[in-house]
Design a protein. Structure first.
Length: 254
C-alpha cells in the first residue's frame, strides 16, 4: 500500500440520500473500499432496491428509512444504526432536493412559494444540522470522525432562479467551516464537496472547461477521499468538483 491509497480501517459510514445517484455511487465506492455502510433515505424500499446488487455481492450494507427533515426520526434512525453496527465513523450528508418550477427549473425569488422554500431549507440545511447533531457526541466520545457535507457551486457563487437552494448550500459550506473549527481537537474532520452540473450520463457540455458534465462517480470519489484517513490533515475544506465551471464561461479558443 502506498501513501496515495485511500485508507479505511474497519470503518462504518452513514450515507443519507442513498437512493439518489450520488448517494448510491458513494455507497458502492465505500463498499468496494471495505467500509460497512448504513444507507438511508426517506423511502427504505427505494434504498433496498438500489443497494440489492451490492448486498448480492456480499457487502455489508443495510437500508434505513430516514426523513432528514424530521429531527426525531433522524435520532431514532441513528440510534438503530449504532445498535446494528456498534459505531459510526463517517457521515456523508448527501440528502437534498432541487425544486423545478418552470420548464427551465427557475423562478424569481419574489415569486417563490414560501412553503416550497421551507421544504428546501428543511431538507437541505436542517437535514444536515439534525444529522450532525445526532452523530457528533458519539464521534467525540470515540475521538474520531469524518463528516462530509454536500455543498454546491450554487452555494459558492449563487444561481439566479434558485435562490432558496443557493442560500441553503451557502449555509452548509459555512456550517462546515465552523464545525471543522469546533471539533478539530476532538479528532473529527468536517469538509464539504460542492458539485457542478451532474447528469445521468457523461455528455459534452461547453459550460465546463473539461468539456463535459460530471458523473455521480466524479463526486463520490471526492467524498471517499475526504472520508478516508488519507485526508486526515484536511478539515474545513470545500472541495469544488465541477470541471472548472466556476472559473467562468468556457472559451473554445483555448
Amino acid at each position: 500500500m502506498n501513501d496515495l491509497t485511500l485508507k479505511f480501517e474497519d470503518r462504518v459510514a452513514v450515507v443519507t440520500g442513498a437512493a439518489g445517484r450520488i448517494g448510491l455511487a458513494t455507497c458502492r465506492m465505500f463498499c468496494e473500499a471495505g467500509v460497512k455502510v448504513a444507507a438511508t433515505d426517506i423511502s427504505v424500499e427505494a434504498v433496498e432496491a438500489q443497494i440489492a446488487p451490492l448486498k448480492a455481492l456480499g457487502y455489508d450494507i443495510r437500508a434505513y428509512a430516514q426523513n432528514v427533515a424530521d429531527r426525531e426520526e433522524v435520532r431514532r434512525s441513528f440510534d438503530q444504526i449504532l445498535a446494528d453496527f456498534g459505531k459510526i465513523d463517517i457521515l456523508v450528508n448527501n440528502a437534498g432536493v432541487w425544486e423545478h418550477r418552470d420548464v427551465k427549473g427557475r423562478q424569481r425569488f419574489d415569486e417563490m412559494n414560501i412553503d416550497e422554500i421551507r421544504r428546501v431549507i428543511d431538507i437541505n440545511l436542517y437535514g444536515v444540522i439534525y444529522c450532525v447533531q445526532a452523530v457528533i457526541p458519539h464521534m467525540a466520545e470515540r475521538k474520531y470522525g469524518r463528516i462530509v457535507n454536500l455543498g454546491s457551486i450554487a452555494g459558492e457563487v449563487g444561481l439566479p432562479g434558485f435562490a432558496d437552494y443557493s442560500a441553503c448550500k451557502a449555509a452548509v459550506i459555512k456550517l462546515t467551516e465552523t464545525l471543522a473549527m469546533e471539533n478539530a481537537k476532538l479528532g473529527i474532520t468536517v469538509n464539504s464537496v460542492s458539485p457542478g452540473m451532474i447528469l445521468n450520463t457523461v455528455i459534452q457540455n461547453n459550460g465546463t472547461w473539461l468539456g463535459r458534465s460530471g458523473s455521480p462517480d466524479d463526486i463520490a470519489r471526492a467524498i471517499l477521499f475526504l472520508s478516508s484517513d488519507t485526508a486526515a490533515y484536511m478539515t474545513g475544506v470545500d472541495m469544488t468538483v465541477d470541471g472548472g465551471r466556476i472559473l467562468g464561461a468556457h472559451n473554445e479558443n483555448f
